[in-house]
Design a protein around this ligand. Structure first.
Ligand code: ADP
Ligand code: MG
Length: 349
């Protein structure tokens, strides 16, 4: 278990992370912070605890890491685990047992699918697989056959098609395959912060590969990464308990028939989302922010505001492929732009 009491250097903070980064701490603020880094979900997991004496933190830290590992192992559609077994049962028209924790996640995801008007659809596993985004490695290749995508669109999988029978789940739609790639990290961040709060560690930050949740009275200074290269678009200080979650079409993509295809898919076309390269959502609830960031990226430049409103999200930064962006009125005054160029390219809407 890696423990560092040193502040992160700016280069370390920016390396290997997408979405948001924790900015380097300076002076007394740095000395009182304990930092742990692990690797999970294929990316770094950073936990920072402020004013946390060694003897008080080990037990909550171990519990949080075990919780994150459980989510990673059991709720990943593409690894053998609870979610994989449920997907297999759906394909075969059988019912499958579900744990109360996964059932709670499925129910909250179903509500968010509805609220998002279907732009966020965690029943999209079949399309994710058709495009080859279930693989750890993003190899070049060919686009999936149009007929396969049309078949999926016709079957129109949705979490509304799940039936609960006691402690078991079933679905009459064999094309429904759950994939919580757009949601589980948010759920994991909320659970980690809940765990720290319940154990008296109220000054904490959890960063899962650029999606972060923070809490505490002092706030944490974080940066929103430039989707086109190194560096930042802007920085801001978190307020109380708050998550900052980014969906970006730049971080995971495949080159198919010579064209760059993002891993974020539009359920209405069963094809990669177009029109925005990154959406960052700030919200008290990391799970909601995660679902919303994905939904808004899919909704695109013309519809993201309507979907944000439907989902109860007010703080949004959306950036398009031309390097121009929009910040919602509730977020814009909080942003400290990293350059005059970014300030000039982000409109308040
Ligand atoms: P990140 O990969 O950075 O966490 P997202 O939160 O947007 O980004 O999640 C993208 C993942 O969610 C994809 O890899 C896929 O597994 C799944 N997914 C893709 N499109 C959708 C969608 N429209 N609704 C729900 N899940 C999606
Ligand atoms: Mg998401």
């Amino acid at each position: 278990m890696a423990t560092h009491d040193m502040p992160l250097s700016r280069r370390q903070a920016l390396a290997a992370l997408t979405g948001a980064v924790l900015l380097p701490l300076a002076g007394p603020a740095a000395a009182s912070v304990r930092h742990e880094r692990h690797f999970l979900f294929g990316s770094p997991v950073d936990v920072m605890l402020r004013h946390a004496p060694e003897e008080a933190v080990q037990a909550p830290l171990d519990r949080v890491m075990r919780g994150l590992q459980h989510i990673h192992a059991q709720w990943n559609a593409w690894k053998p685990g609870e979610l994989g077994r449920i997907n297999q049962a759906f394909r075969e028209g059988r019912s499958a047992r579900v744990t109360p924790a996964l059932l709670a996640m499925i129910r909250s995801a179903a509500r968010l699918e509805r609220a998002s008007a279907g732009f966020f659809n965690p029943g999209i596993g079949g399309v994710v697989q058709a495009w080859g985004f279930h693989d750890d490695v993003m190899r070049p290749g060919d686009r999936p056959a149009a007929a396969a995508l049309a078949g999926w669109r016709e079957a129109a999988p949705s979490l509304a098609q799940i039936e609960t029978r006691g402690d078991a789940l079933a679905s009459r739609n064999p094309r429904l395959q759950l994939d919580f790639g757009a949601y589980a990290k948010g759920v994991a961040i909320d659970r980690a912060l809940d765990e720290f709060a319940a154990r008296g560690q109220g000054e904490a930050l959890v960063n899962l590969g650029g999606n972060l949740g923070a809490m505490g009275t002092a706030g944490w200074q974080i940066g929103i990464r430039d989707p086109f290269g190194e560096g930042l678009v802007a920085s801001l200080a978190t307020r109380g308990r708050e998550a900052v979650v980014t969906s970006g079409s730049y971080e995971r993509f495949r080159v198919l028939d010579g064209e760059r295809c993002t891993h974020i898919l539009d359920p209405s076309s069963a094809a990669p989302a177009q029109g925005l390269v990154s959406v960052t959502v700030l919200h008290r609830c990391a799970a909601l922010a995660d679902a919303a960031a994905t939904a808004l990226l899919v909704a695109g430049p013309r519809r993201w505001r309507e979907v944000a409103q439907r989902m109860g999200v007010t703080q949004v930064l959306a950036i398009g492929p031309d390097g121009r962006g929009m910040a919602s009125g509730a977020l814009a005054p909080r942003l400290q732009f990293a350059s005059p160029s970014w300030r000039g390219r982000i409109a308040t809407v």
